[in-house]
Design a protein around this ligand. Structure first.
Ligand code: SF4
Ligand code: SF4
Length: 96
């Protein structure tokens, strides 16, 4: 599932990034990548707004309106008759 790139609430302030790599580690959709010891937005449109990256960034380089994507994933699951399909249910540092 992808969102319209312009509709994603994810914001990244590269000047605050220290390159710890947590965002890339916790993101279930590989939205962030570490390049030259800094995070870069590799695929912003793949963000499903779970909030894991912002929650795990100690330097407040990331903001996102969390929850919208997870709600959509739950609704998708209901329509399809499956479990929620946000791909992050197995990652304890993700949703919540
Ligand atoms: S978690 Fe924050 S400080 Fe760490 S790499 Fe990502 S954006 Fe940079
Ligand atoms: S909000 Fe979730 S899906 Fe979006 S970039 Fe952050 S960790 Fe990845």
């Amino acid at each position: 599932m992808r969102y319209l790139e312009s509709a994603v609430t994810l914001e990244f302030l590269p000047e605050r990034c220290v390159g710890c790599g947590m965002c890339a580690k916790v993101c279930p959709h590989e939205v962030f990548r570490i390049e030259n010891k800094r995070a870069v937005l590799a695929d912003r449109g793949a963000c499903m707004e779970c909030g894991a990256c912002a929650k795990n960034c100690e330097h407040e380089a990331i903001s996102v309106r969390a929850g919208v994507g997870c709600a959509a994933a739950v609704l998708n699951g209901m329509v399809a008759g499956t479990e929620p399909t946000c791909d992050c249910s197995g990652n304890s540092s993700c949703c919540g």
